[in-house]
Design a protein around this ligand. Structure first.
Ligand code: LLP
Length: 463
């Protein structure tokens, strides 16, 4: 839960003192409810943790908020005011950045398939960095910049062969995925040279490119520092080798995003300070061992900043209860007499679902939910919160105990929906995407308007 979210004296969930019924009255449901203070505090805390850990190594860290997790102009302004920079991944995200008025120098552009238009836009906005993802793109960026008489500031995204899972990581020799330049030798036509090395050589040869350094991103919702540390070591080895071989200086190293958050009590991400210190220790010792001065470090957290700042408010509609068969403890086939238990599961339908949060369907993600409009002394009942879409997989919260007397018209709140929920939302079944409100010190404002039926129909040309 975001800071400032608590039950009021009447037992209703409130944020900075504003009860959820009031939010529903003003803005309807479903609704994303975000705490501005909490966003700012998390941005600062994350930035402070990394700046402290790296202060003596490279004078601090540049923190790029990963806008893909949740982006709108208001949030870009908060990011800038808190001293962070912005990571974008498309022309559309750049358009939001431009509208918010953040200086281009503080913006990075990602993407494995940037269009020429996006590259032009990045150069128009004089972006601090374009993160180049392939040899192909490197040549395109170089040519476009040369034609304009411009210089593109470039980071090269490499795949360090660290495959990060949520709780563990496994090292692989070669990453079989679409992003980045492979560091494995012999990965292109040029015998012996990895794609990453080819890119370094080519980039340093282009007048129109200023090669700033190297980048990697090993995955998302990662709890432990080990994978980040291993990736940092591999990139530093490579950076030192390239500096020596090509007699260049690569002043920057970006270690990407991916820092995990707790969605439910079983999630136990390490605190940012611990992760930052573990990464700093590795960078410090590796640079010493290699005899190089440390590059300026940057990172790109998205979820860790915005994820916990927001809850989704839903209204309960239809309810039904089914009996579920499950093997009793100690085994037994389903249906085998005497070895089964059967228990009730209640389906609690809400007025949104996979269109405002596709993460349970996409990633089997777990959330929790509480009865927000009131407290209840009724017994807890195993419940499944489901959406209103035409799919049986349309689950919001797989298993949660909610009071037995939950009824139509009650409000439920699902915490932890700040990252990759609104951002991934859709109009499936012609549902209008919900709005986002930001609450600060008892005042609420709409920062993204919810869609209306008219918005949806306007795009249907009806010809
Ligand atoms: N940098 C790069 C290059 C990335 O690709 C990403 C996320 C980030 C930074 C930010 O990662 P974060 O700190 O937010 O984990 N839709 C998925 C997550 C996709 C992440 C994509 N890239 C989900 O809902 O879990």
């Amino acid at each position: 839960w975001a800071a400032g979210v608590a039950r009021n004296d009447a037992g209703e969930l409130a944020i900075d003192g504003i009860p959820v019924s009031e939010l529903q009255r003003q803005f309807g449901t479903p609704l994303f409810v975000m705490s501005e203070n909490d966003f700012r505090a998390r941005a600062r805390a994350f930035s402070d943790a990394f700046n402290d850990a790296f202060a003596d190594i490279c004078g601090g860290v540049d923190v790029y908020y990963a806008g893909k997790s949740f982006l709108c102009t208001t949030v870009v302004r908060w990011v800038e005011e808190e001293g962070l920079r912005l990571d974008t991944a498309s022309g559309g995200e750049l358009a939001v950045a431009a509208r918010a008025g953040i200086p281009g120098a503080d913006v990075a552009l990602h993407g494995n398939n940037k269009s020429d238009g996006e590259i032009h836009r990045a150069l128009d906005m004089q972006l601090g960095r374009i993160v180049v993802d392939s040899l192909d793109e490197l040549e395109r960026v170089a040519a476009i910049a040369a034609n304009r008489g411009d210089t593109a500031r470039v980071m090269l995204r490499l795949t360090p062969g660290v495959h990060a899972h949520t709780h563990e990581f496994i090292a692989t020799a070669h990453e079989d995925q679409k992003f980045g330049l492979s560091m494995a030798g012999d990965s292109t036509d040029q015998a012996g040279l990895s794609a990453a090395e080819e890119a370094v050589a080519a980039a340093s040869g282009h007048e129109s490119i200023e090669l700033l350094g190297l980048h990697c991103h090993i995955g998302s919702q990662i709890f432990e520092p080990d994978g980040f540390a291993l990736a940092a070591e591999r990139l530093l080895d490579f950076l030192a080798a390239m500096q020596a071989k090509y007699e260049i200086v690569l002043p920057e190293l970006d270690l990407g995003g991916g820092y995990g958050i707790a969605y439910t009590p079983v999630d136990t991400p390490r605190p940012a300070a611990e992760i930052a210190q573990a990464m700093a220790a590795v960078v410090r010792s590796k640079c010493a061992a290699l005899g190089i001065s440390a590059p300026r470090i940057s990172i790109e957290p998205g979820r860790a900043i915005v994820g916990s700042t927001t809850f989704t408010l839903y209204e309960v509609g239809t309810l039904k209860t089914v009996r579920v068969d499950a093997p009793a403890a100690g085994g037994g086939e389903p249906g085998e007499p005497g070895k089964n238990v059967t228990y009730p599961r209640r389906y609690v339908s809400v007025d949104g679902g996979m269109s405002d949060n596709p993460r349970p369907v996409l990633y089997d993600a777990d959330y929790s939910a509480i009865l927000a409009s009131r407290t209840s002394d009724a017994a807890p009942q195993l419940s499944r919160v489901v959406g209103k879409h035409c799919e049986s997989g349309d689950i919001v919260v797989r298993d949660v105990y909610l009071p037995e007397d939950v009824a139509a018209g009650d409000l439920l709140a699902v915490p932890g929906t700040g990252a990759y929920c609104w951002a991934l939302s859709s109009n499936y079944n012609y549902l209008a995407r919900p709005g986002v409100v930001a609450v600060r010190d008892g005042a609420v404002r709409l920062i993204v308007r919810g869609e209306t039926e008219e918005d949806l129909l306007n795009r249907d040309m009806g010809v």
